[in-house]
Design a protein around this ligand. Sequence first.
Ligand SMILES: C[S@@+](CC[C@H](N)C(=O)[O-])C[C@H]1O[C@@H](n2cnc3c(N)ncnc32)[C@H](O)[C@@H]1O
Length: 188
Amino acid sequence: MLGDYERRDSFRCGVGQLKFGRSHGRQTRDTLDCAVARSVVVAELGGGQMIIDPFARDCDFAHPYTNDINPETNAMSNLDAEEWLEALRGQYYPGAFDGAILDPPFSNHQADRTYGTANLYTIPGKIKRIEMLVGSLVRHGGKVVKFGYNSNFSHSAFECVGVQLVRYGGSMNDMIISVHERRIAEWF
Ligand SMILES: C[S@@+](CC[C@H](N)C(=O)[O-])C[C@H]1O[C@@H](n2cnc3c(N)ncnc32)[C@H](O)[C@@H]1O
């Protein structure tokens, strides 16, 4: 059962199914500097578990399993996310990790303008392959916390169990935080 991320403005759809919340936040390049974002990650992935973060920037929540293509960040590896996940899959057995943070640039425009990278949305199928790799590395019962402009997660062994909207005000796009739990063990 999910804990309450943000009590104000939140409700539960169905009994023990989808936790939903909406709250105000501050937009930042370092996503987990936003208190709401961090509270969801701590609630869902906290507790000294083995977490992977392919787009970590300077965030050390998943240390030492952190990667970011930008070598000027604090991440432990500086590979393209897909390459890094393929390498992890070569080193660890399927389902070796307890969870994942999935926080890529949210669009091609943001990738280019904010982070100076632009291969995620221009190479067909890349985001889907990254999501499949992340899913294959997370164990049964483990969770993926995804940040973006949508709540999709491609791996079919996972079910969406929580959504937290972060609104910034005015005409700015919300950030959608979605939580996906692995419900099927044998599907890598
Ligand atoms: C939204 S930021 C991550 C912020 C981080 N989660 C935090 O809390 O501070 C996205 C990161 O993805 C990185 N990135 C962009 N394209 C990438 C790629 N193909 N592979 C790995 N990292 C990439 C960018 O350098 C950027 O630091």
